[in-house]
Ligand binder design. Structure first.
Ligand code: PGA
Length: 255
């Protein structure tokens, strides 16, 4: 496998944070800090911040994404947002299957697959999340859990469409807890995922697919995690809410 063949991407997941004014200020503060980034830079904002962030990022290397989308293109789905509307608002990315969606909003591997399909059809790039619970790690079934999540999520996704898929490995026990996976644990899981992509789509596609780590990644631990062969970036929650912290991770990814 060859790390140089794929793009590192650092994506911020703002979750349910930042008013429009705060979103504008954060993107504006971030712009000069990441302008020479040696990796892709994405901020995934609440729906209502998307247009504000897109406008604030105009002419920069910062891309904007959403944190979910519905699988239908329109219809009687009160409270939902279709992928096409995200495109219309200027989003280029969307996070699908985040563990908080699975935990609090009934997301399943099957709905993750439907949302992924819809996002690809609308021309969005998908940051597809997977990861095991603490108990699953303790039972030694990380590979079974993550393998199923990915195989189901990618049902009906072609080799060609894999260009628009980023996989984010986020062990649930490391999200927002301050407990980071060790660099070796992150590498083991990301390498497993790449091996699975190779089985599903061939070695070339596997080598070209960006596989991120997420879960309490911060300015201090990013360097070590990102130095691993199969860790091609990060999905950053808490540390994406402050421009200097996020920029430090971007700098670590560019090395
Ligand atoms: P965290 O969140 O960096 O705050 O752990 C990561 C995520 O949920 O994507």
């Amino acid at each position: 496998m060859n790390k140089a063949k794929r793009a590192a991407v650092i994506a911020g997941n703002w979750k349910m944070n930042k008013s429009r004014a705060e979103a504008k200020a954060l993107v504006e503060e971030l712009r000069p800090l990441v302008e020479n980034a040696g990796c892709g830079v994405v901020v995934c904002t609440p729906y209502l911040d998307i247009e504000t962030a897109v406008k604030a990022a105009e002419g920069s290397n910062i891309k904007v994404g959403a944190q979910n989308c519905h699988w239908a293109d329109h219809g009687a789905f009160t409270g939902e947002i279709p992928a096409e509307m995200l495109r219309e608002a200027g989003a280029e990315y969307v996070i699908i299957g985040h563990s908080e969606r699975r935990q609090y909003f009934g997301e399943t591997d099957e709905t993750v697959n439907k949302r992924t399909r819809a996002a690809l059809d609308a021309g969005l790039r998908v940051i597809l999340c997977c990861g095991e619970l603490l108990g699953e790690r303790q039972q030694n079934i990380m590979e079974e859990v993550v393998g199923r999540q990915i195989k189901v999520a990618l049902l009906g996704v072609s080799k060609e469409e894999m260009k628009n898929i980023i996989i984010a490995y986020e062990p649930v026990w490391a999200i927002g807890t301050g407990v980071t996976a060790t660099a070796d644990q992150a590498e083991e899981a990301c390498a497993f995922i790449r091996g699975l992509i190779a089985k599903l789509y061939g070695k070339e596609t596997a080598e070209a697919t960006t596989v991120q780590y997420g879960g309490s990644m911060n300015a201090k631990n990013a360097g070590e995690l990102l130095s691993k062969e199969d860790v091609d970036g990060g999905l950053i929650g808490g540390a994406s809410l402050k421009a200097p912290d996020f920029a430090a991770i971007v700098a670590a990814a560019g090395k």
